[in-house]
Design a binder for this molecule. Structure first.
Ligand SMILES: Cc1cc2nc3c(=O)[nH]c(=O)nc-3n(C[C@H](O)[C@H](O)[C@H](O)COP(=O)(O)OP(=O)(O)OC[C@H]3O[C@@H](n4cnc5c(N)ncnc54)[C@H](O)[C@@H]3O)c2cc1C
Length: 413
């Protein structure tokens, strides 16, 4: 019977998985996370911290929320620190504004805030004898034969721990997946999406400039088909989001002072420019550029002792906002299989791969291709969306919903 579970990565997937396993009662869990504890980061420094708090708003729909709902009290704690957005406002040149409403409001929450709530409830519900979360501690090596992992704390010497089950919940650049590729014949392809991004943290209000953006709408601005911004209101009148650009052409690269950065936004994204403090302009200048890696694996397990889950197993492009939803759904499916097979990991792990791999591959293709990149095709996309929604409304038996609506509004596999 498996008792000691080592989870690498305290992201949304790793921490939600710990909730699911601990409520079954049979397990002792150690989670190792290379970043610092997000609960110790005050929200003010979250905004200006340059490198340690790479975070962004995540939208969660039914696919991810049904997994959270299984843990008593979690969904309401998350909802209390989220903003429900009712659509998107797309800004254009010369002040042109287009509204894209949504059928159902979408829950949006900052990634680090989501992890903080998951961690808080985990450590309040279970004792340190059942679960320990070790921050600033990076997994550097795996020995699948001896069933050990090597960990390197930020301070001090590396050490080794034994596992009965090892879970790679360590995101798109998973060390555990790398071990399986090199040593266990896992077939995996990885590629970067063409875009790169930087996180941006603004205030939603600037009373002196008379700017107040709507509190329950996502705010999007396409400068051209190479540079765009997506900003999401968050509690406390914050506006968190990203500037997205082609990886080879970082528009902020040549800007050497905070004044230059602010001037860039005032010229190109005037509304967001008016909401940017000089403090944020300086932090943004120094914040590293992030790239998104997508991952396609032929299975998500090895024998009865190693599991890949969430982004470590199937990272996708964020273009349709489903990576985290599907990562959380992994945990729900795993929980159902544990129930079905009475915690027999020898049966649960292959069944998990069998059930999840086709879904993961489909999601990767949808994320890569559903939203067009070229300007003309974007126009065509919105035309198709409008027509399809209308026809589905008029003739629901004959015309299926638009693919976006199926992905975003349902939990259809
Ligand atoms: C800009 C952007 C916007 C997004 N928007 C959405 C959205 O709207 N909706 C949605 O559903 N998804 C969205 N996503 C995707 C979502 O962020 C991911 O799918 C989700 O975070 C996956 O969670 P995870 O726990 O599997 O991985 P991660 O969140 O990547 O967490 C993995 C954790 O493992 C840790 N780690 C990594 N390596 C090691 C190691 N060797 N040792 C110890 N710890 C390690 C990392 O520090 C990290 O904390 C977005 C992604 C991006 C980049």
């Amino acid at each position: 019977m498996i008792q000691n579970i080592v989870i690498i990565g305290a992201g949304p997937t790793g921490v939600l998985l710990a909730h699911y396993l601990l409520r079954r009662g049979n397990y002792h869990i150690d989670i190792y996370e290379r970043r610092p504890d997000p609960r110790l980061t005050p929200s003010a420094s979250l905004r200006v911290n340059v490198s340690r708090n790479r975070t962004f708003p995540i939208s969660l729909q039914e696919r991810g929320r049904k997994a959270i709902r299984e843990i008593v009290g979690l969904e309401s704690s998350i909802a209390a620190q989220s903003v429900f957005c009712q659509g998107t406002i797309i800004y254009g040149k010369k002040g042109k504004v287009r509204q894209v409403p949504r059928q159902n409001p979408v829950l949006t929450i900052d990634r680090n805030r989501l992890v903080t709530i998951l961690l808080q409830q985990l450590t309040e519900t279970y004792s340190p004898n059942q679960v320990k979360v070790h921050f600033n501690c990076e997994c550097t090596a795996v020995d699948g034969t001896a069933k050990t992992v090597t960990l390197k704390p930020e301070q001090g010497d590396s050490f080794t721990v034994h596992y009965d089950l090892l879970v790679g919940a360590d995101g798109a650049r998973s060390r555990i997946r790398e071990y399986l590729v090199e040593n266990a014949g896992l077939v995996c392809s990885q590629s970067y999406v063409p875009d790169a991004y930087k996180s941006v943290f603004l205030s939603r209000l600037n009373p002196s400039a008379g700017v107040e953006l709507e509190p329950n709408k996502i705010h999007a601005w396409n400068l051209n088909n190479k540079i765009r911004m997506l900003m999401v209101p968050q509690p406390g009148n914050q506006l968190n989001g990203v500037i997205i650009f082609e990886a080879q052409t970082n528009p902020l690269e040549g800007l050497s002072t905070k004044e230059d950065v602010k001037a860039f936004f005032q010229e190109n994204f005037p509304i967001f420019g008016q909401l940017m403090s000089l403090e944020e302009a300086e932090a943004l200048r120094k914040r590293p550029v992030a790239r998104v890696l997508t991952v396609r694996c032929d299975r998500f397990h090895e024998g009865d002792s190693v599991l890949l889950i969430g982004d470590a197993a199937h990272a996708v492009s964020p273009s349709i906002g489903q990576g985290c939803n599907s990562a959380l759904e992994d945990v729900l499916i795993l929980g159902q299989l544990l129930e079905q097979y009475g915690d027999d990991w020898g049966k649960v792990l292959p069944m998990f791969s069998e059930q999840r791999v086709p879904d993961a591959h489909a999601l990767r293709e949808l994320s890569d291709y559903t939203f067009p990149r070229q300007k003309l095709l974007v126009v065509e996309f919105f035309w198709r969306l409008t027509v399809r929604r209308l026809f589905h409304q008029w003739f629901p038996h004959w015309v299926k919903p638009f693919v976006f609506d199926l992905v975003l509004e349902t939990d259809l596999p």
